[in-house]
Design a protein around this ligand. Sequence first.
Ligand code: ADE
Ligand code: ZN
Length: 346
Amino acid sequence: MTPSTPAAASAPAAVPLASSPTIPKAEIHMHLEGALESELLVTLARRNGVQLPTYDPEVLDARYRFGELQDFLDVYFDNLAVMRTAEDFHDLAALYLRRAREEGVVRAESFFNPMVHVRAGVPLAAVMEGYGAAFADARRDGLSCDLILDFTRDLGAEAADQMLTDIAPFRDMIIGVGLDSTEVGYPPVLFRDVFARAEADGLHRTCHAGEEGDPEYVRQALDDLRVERIDHGLRAVEDPELLKRIAGEQIAVNVCPLSNVALRAVDRMEQHPVFAMLEAGIPATISSDDPAYFGGQIGANFAALEAIGTPRDVLIGCIENSFEAAFIDGAERERHLAALRAAAVS
Ligand code: ADE
Ligand code: ZN
């Protein structure tokens, strides 16, 4: 241990950066299937006898260079062929939840894509049993966490409607619904009736919109799906009236900086639309999206914004926004916000 000198003893204690694991965070935009790190991918492929192009995790990681969203989705869905049993789903969720806690996450709201697994012949019960067990374990260890069912938009509204029916026996295991996957060509309005059913059943609603789709996709998510949050929302900044409306209604926009650069929705971090959103008064939040594919967990996303000089108070404000936008009750929200305030000044 280094002995403390009088100078060191009198130096002011440095306040932790927003990226520090000592700062409590909520992660409200991430996909469990996007946490499938190459090592676990290889383990599951071997466990289930599934062929991979290579069994070298480093070579697999090196393939993760994408020109646009669809390039990523092709690899992401191919990799999901290794997910077969409840144990596989448990192991994937347990890995993510462990990593999230190591990063300071105290509230996790995680998307999962059951339609993809069911189409691959996996029983929905296996998906729910595995994810459910990992989430129950994490809760017992003190993490606040919940699952959000994401509909896979390119499988269509009828399939989404069927999934909402099929999930009924597991209704208590989800807190909301979302919409993800290939955006352009699958506008939110197609899913109006499914989202209305979900709302009538007391489920929260969020939607990927404006990641590649134009501002009309964001407008439809608000008007036709009655969402409480928007995921990505990048292209809303092209429409000043829409930006003003989102700010006026204080709709949280859940931004994932490393994902947006990796999928080339944004050329350079310095040009990220999150700055225009915050300027307009929108309560933007920061999450990792698919941490196994885009270069890091939630802490790395904050660090990427810190690396370009984003002021600390702006990023602490984004963390506050994520607790405000989380689907939790008022008492829990106040508890997290108080812990954030205490950690941010020490
Ligand atoms: N599914 C997983 N990650 C996604 C993203 N960034 N956009 C749309 N669908 C997704
Ligand atoms: Zn996403």
